[in-house]
Design a protein around this ligand. Structure first.
Ligand code: ATP
Ligand code: MG
Length: 632
């Protein structure tokens, strides 16, 4: 680990020298005067005085060297559409889109709210927006009207960019109707709504004076060339709301230059992608992973990005591997949730395609339990690397950084502190640094590296209050996640600080118990929550999805299965970790970004109101928890 250690060490002791070198990976229209201005902690300004533009770096600068190479490979298994754009073609479409937006009055600093399905036009709109120096706020398509309205009111967009409909599992999701409803609920509605009509909804109710048809506007700008607006490095590029797993979403504001540098560096040091190759990130543009690694990261690095609309199991569970084979994907990025979906399918699908082009499969978003990690890496025969980050950070905070040094991963560990992050594990109440094998809160000594959030949009106080005040007398950034470091320096994430269960004085992370339950070979997925208990304070309760449900069709079968799970947990953690009950469900309540909504499960288990469910993906998950509880 020598090389890694030296690299990391330098990144936090010689920040200026380190990031000055990394900054050479992007184009600067005007060079920066200062690498870092940290005169107003915890606010960090990176590459002060430098002028650059994200769209230029993602598109224009590649035209000379790779104009005819693929930039965007679009595949929809929902509509059957497949379209490829070279950098030249992408440039053309982005210019047309920029001209359309400019024509409707979008200027530097204005917000554009993008509420779009996974179609290329969504990427054009993002790139066109930053080309103009305007700020996008992409809201995950399909969010209910009032979630959308609250984001409209926070970001106050001048214009909204939307589509007639999205498609999910063959069924349309009517975006236009949701937009109309959200605008009615909004206190600060946009002036204009530009609608990209995919032809899914035939009866569109266009509101005169407000709604405009994208195709018609685009026709007027077919030869448009819209100059890039050069921004000072710290000017915002976008606002993106966190998933809302733990409470109210926060509007993460990102800068321009720092983000471009962070992504460019990560493509090399973390993802090991090479210009000219293809990267396939299975997320959605509505999430941070989509922003960083469907859109900006691969394009800035001169790679083709595969953009996929559809489910991982339609038309069959081999679809992703088919895409990998056909487009010779070298870097893939997905989530543990998605892999657990595949794990419930016939493993034969994983062997159907030649995936030898893949160098790595990266996963992030949720704890990657050891059995799932083992299963996917054995099945694919490709190194699977977990890495850990947040909407706030914009890129990885823990990773094994294979581009710096190839260090064998340990299953269950997302790796080590990434260069630029001065990570510390702190005792939750004393704030003191803890040693190896002790549980602590994962924190970062500021300044946060380039690419991380600059502030909470419009709420500097909230930025400081929320993230930097959890330890008295010391300004540190808290992730609100528990972690532990083993003797070899590998980190493990134990769950959210909200999710700790206190069983008769023993503090257990939900993740530890989930890991233990997952060790049973028939468990596909599990969520554990702490439930109030008169005697022990709290007891863990598990909700598990089984791979094979044949044996649990009867009450006796369920009891036998529950007993087997108890035994497995007893073996791993001892009886303190044993759940009071293991409820079998076929679906867990998850946010639309695939994270288990533990706070709602817990509330139901304690007979309370489940709270804000607008980020919930499928209401059936919550219903199953309810009926499991009431059924005893
Ligand atoms: P909110 O902050 O609104 O409650 P959220 O935290 O779910 O929502 P995201 O920023 O999408 O919003 O998720 C980041 C969180 O996801 C991390 O703080 C961590 O809890 C979890 N996470 C991400 N990657 C990993 C990983 N590799 N291992 C374990 N947990 C992870
Ligand atoms: Mg969070």
């Amino acid at each position: 680990m020598e090389t890694y250690r030296a690299f990391h060490q330098r990144s936090v002791t010689d920040r200026e020298g380190f990031w000055r070198e990394q900054a050479a990976a992007i184009d600067w229209h005007r060079p920066f005067e200062q690498v870092l201005d940290y005169s107003q902690p915890p606010f960090a300004r990176w590459f002060v005085g430098g002028n650059t533009n994200l769209c230029h770096n993602a598109v224009d600068r590649h035209l000379q060297t790779r104009g005819d190479q693929n930039a965007l490979i679009y595949i929809s298994t929902e509509t059957g559409q497949q379209t490829t754009y070279t950098f030249n073609q992408l440039h053309r479409e982005v210019n047309r889109c920029a001209a359309v937006l400019q024509g409707q009055g979008l200027e530097r600093g204005d917000r554009l709210l993008i509420y779009m399905p996974m179609v290329p036009e969504a990427v054009f709109a993002m790139l066109a927006c930053v080309r103009l120096g305007a700020i996008h706020s992409v809201v995950f398509g399909g969010f209910a009207a009032h979630s959308l309205a609250s984001r409209i009111d926070d970001a106050r967009p001048k214009i909204m960019f939307t589509a007639d409909a999205g498609m999910r599992a063959g069924k349309p999701v009517h975006y236009k109707g949701l937009v109309d409803e959200a605008i009615k609920l909004s206190a600060h509605p946009p002036q204009k709504v530009i609608l990209f009509n995919r032809g899914i909804d035939v009866d569109l109710d266009m509101i005169a004076g407000r709604d405009l048809d994208y195709a018609a506007l685009r026709e007027h700008h077919l030869d448009a060339e819209v100059p890039v607006i050069w921004l000072e490095s710290s000017e915002p590029s976008y606002i993106l709301y966190t998933s809302g797993t733990t409470g109210t979403p926060k509007g993460v504001q990102r800068d321009t230059g720092g983000y471009a540098v962070a992504l460019a560096a990560s493509m090399q040091h973390i993802y090991c992608g090479k210009p000219g190759e293809s990267m396939f990130t299975t997320s959605d543009i509505g999430w941070v992973v989509g922003h960083s690694y469907i859109v900006y990261g691969p394009l800035i690095h001169g790679m083709a990005s595969v953009m996929y609309e559809g489910l991982p199991i339609r038309p069959d569970p081999a679809i992703w591997w088919k895409i990998v084979e056909e487009h010779k994907v070298s870097v893939m990025f997905s989530s543990p949730t998605a892999i657990r979906v595949l794990k419930k399918q016939d493993p034969a699908y994983l062997a159907k395609h030649d995936v030898s082009s893949l160098r790595y499969l990266f996963l992030a978003g949720e704890p990657l339990d050891e059995p799932t990690a083992r299963w996917i890496s054995d099945a694919l025969k490709v190194p699977v690397l977990d890495h850990y980050w947040q909407t706030e950070t914009g890129w990885a905070l823990l990773s094994s950084v294979p581009g710096v040094e190839v260090i064998p991963p340990k299953f269950g560990s997302p790796g080590f502190p990434v260069y630029g992050y001065d990570v510390r594990l702190l005792h939750e109440s004393t704030g003191e640094e803890i040693g190896a094998n002790e549980k602590g809160v994962v924190t970062v000594v500021p300044p946060l590296p380039p690419g991380c959030m600059s502030t909470v949009w419009g709420q500097d106080d909230r930025f400081v209050q929320t993230y930097f005040t959890s330890v008295a007398d010391r300004m540190v950034y808290t992730t609100f996640d528990w972690g532990i470091r083993d003797d070899d320096g590998y980190y493990f994430i134990l769950g959210r600080t909200d999710d700790v269960i206190n069983v008769a004085g023993h503090r257990l992370g939900t993740r530890e118990i989930e890991e233990a339950v997952s060790a049973h070979s028939n468990i596909a997925e599990v969520a554990v929550v702490g439930v109030k208990d008169a005697i022990k304070g709290q007891v863990p309760m598990a909700f598990a999805v089984l791979k094979d449900t044949a044996k649990t069709a009867t009450a006796a079968g369920r009891a036998a299965m529950e007993k087997e799970v108890f035994d497995v947990v007893d073996k791993a953690l001892g009886p303190v970790g044993r759940p009071s009950r293991v409820h079998f469900v076929t679906l867990l309540p998850k946010t639309r970004s695939g994270k288990v909504l533990r706070r709602s499960i817990q509330a139901i288990a304690e007979g309370r109101d489940p709270g804000d469910l607008t980020t919930l993906d499928d209401p059936a998950g919550i219903e199953q928890v309810r009926s499991a509880i009431s059924g005893g």
